[in-house]
Design a protein. Sequence first.
Length: 174
Amino acid sequence: MQGKYQHNKSYKADLPYPQVEVGKPNDEYAKLIYEDYAGRVSELTAITQYVQQNVLLQKEYEEVANDLLGIAEVEMHHLKILAEVLVALGAKPKYGAYTGQQFKYWNASMDRYADTLMIIIKNSIEDENEMVTQYNDHIKLIQDKNIQEILRRIVQDEEVHIGILTALYHKYFR
């Protein structure tokens, strides 16, 4: 997917991603990764929201629409990495997350639908911050150094996204 957004801005931290390796299969760690992969606050939810918002905004706010699509592309890379982590942990990469012991499949009601520029950007900043908090919580709970490094690297990209979205908010609303 080539777009104008790729020519003038970076949507990820300028660092390599760690190799996907885990010490051993672990169901409890997989349950945590499922939240990041395809829970309400997850890479899958972010991708679907950003693509939907890109379409809503592309005519009136092309810059914002392109930035959302650029961020979505990075989130797709995160989704793939997390799928590989799930497989390494002995799990199948299916779209959903655990609530207690029950697996709940992802659905479109997990998206936060908004149709004004201000709400889209504010929600996106909130969601990215919530994602960083969730990743940091999981880094503390998962005692596998390789997985921790992968999640830390993803957090660095999420922080880039927060910076881009915050700059957009200030440009249009301050």
